[in-house]
Design a protein around this ligand. Structure first.
Ligand code: CNA
Length: 286
């Protein structure tokens, strides 16, 4: 691969090379998984919100609204079938994050994604904060009883027809009869305490840190406020198709911004850090 390296990537690589003890915190969203075949929410034409008309929702976000789910779980089931982990492979950007772990340069990954591709890329659990939960466990939305992932998965895997018309073929609690739902954070629900506790810890460090924001529109709070809460000693980097959030409204002089695809940024950065062969091997593009 030989490409002219954009300034932001060059500066980021130089900063990482000049400061070998500095670690990286990634803050990522749906845009790092689009090349794996999972649509994001908000990209025009291709985003899930654009394609939700078949679900007959009153408004697109209703698919992740807890009150709407209680009345009508079907749209979420339809969407969950499309997103369910196991059908997709990590992207080169996921493998770049894995390389940061292997090279002992990773501090944390805060992900909004529910696709668990960070785990699929073999990144160790201790580094991953799934801010919006995942399909890995389930609970009853009425009494809170916990269920294994199969409780929801088995119903999801029933054919469309069965889940379609009868209105009753959804996973329900054997205790109170309430609906069982994966621990994905819906609008109207709180984020896992692990998210807040770990961020309190990570953001209290006085050490120089790099935070790389990638593949997110920075529109969902409280996640969207992480870059603005980054201490002044941190270097903030945005790798995204568009300029978003605090990088648009309160850009700092030191911010580094690369406008483009996450995977392209991953390969360019790897090239500049002399990690290209590692990345190509990991992502199977030799
Ligand atoms: P979003 O609001 O859809 O924004 C995606 C952002 O990524 C946009 O700014 C895009 O321009 C940008 N983008 C898209 N493709 C690329 C690419 N290849 N390279 C670089 N940038 C790209 O998604 P957010 O994550 O910001 O929104 C938060 C929601 C999305 C969370 O609650 C997630 O649960 C939810 N979500 C997750 C998934 C997943 O798990 N893969 C998929 C769809 C939605």
């Amino acid at each position: 691969m030989s490409a002219e390296i954009p300034k932001a990537i060059k500066k980021l690589a130089k900063y990482l090379q000049d400061n070998p003890d500095v670690k990286v915190i990634f803050m990522v969203g749906a845009g790092i998984s689009t090349s794996s075949g999972i649509p994001d929410f908000r990209s025009p034409e291709t985003g899930l919100y654009h394609n939700l008309s078949k679900l007959n929702l009153p408004y697109a976000e209703a698919v992740f609204d807890i009150e709407y789910f209680e009345q009508n779980p079907k749209p979420f089931y339809t969407l969950a079938k499309e997103l369910y982990p196991g059908n997709f492979k990590p992207s080169p950007f996921h493998y770049l994050m894995k390389l940061f772990e292997s090279k002992n340069r990773l501090k944390r990954i805060y992900t909004q994604n529910i696709d668990t591709l960070e785990r699929e890329a073999n990144i160790s659990d201790e580094f991953i904060i799934e801010a919006h939960g995942s399909f890995a466990s389930n609970h009853c939305i009425d009494c809170g009883k916990e269920f294994p992932k199969e409780a929801f998965q088995n119903k999801l895997l029933l054919n469309e027809q069965e889940t379609d018309e009868d209105g009753g073929n959804y996973a329900t609690c054997d205790g109170c009869g309430g609906l069982i739902k994966p621990k994905i954070v819906f609008f109207g629900e709180g984020l896992p305490t692990e998210f807040f506790d770990t961020w309190d810890l990570d953001s209290s460090t006085k050490e120089k840190t790099v935070c790389i924001v990638c593949g997110t529109s920075l529109t969902v709070y409280p996640f969207a406020s992480l870059p603005m809460e980054a201490p002044n000693s941190w270097l903030r980097v945005l790798l995204n198709r568009e300029i978003v959030g605090d990088f648009k409204t309160s850009r700092q002089d030191t911010d580094l911004i690369f406008k483009g695809s996450a995977d392209y940024a991953a390969f360019l950065l790897a090239q500049e850090l002399c990690w290209l062969e590692d990345l190509e091997n990991l992502s199977g593009k030799q």
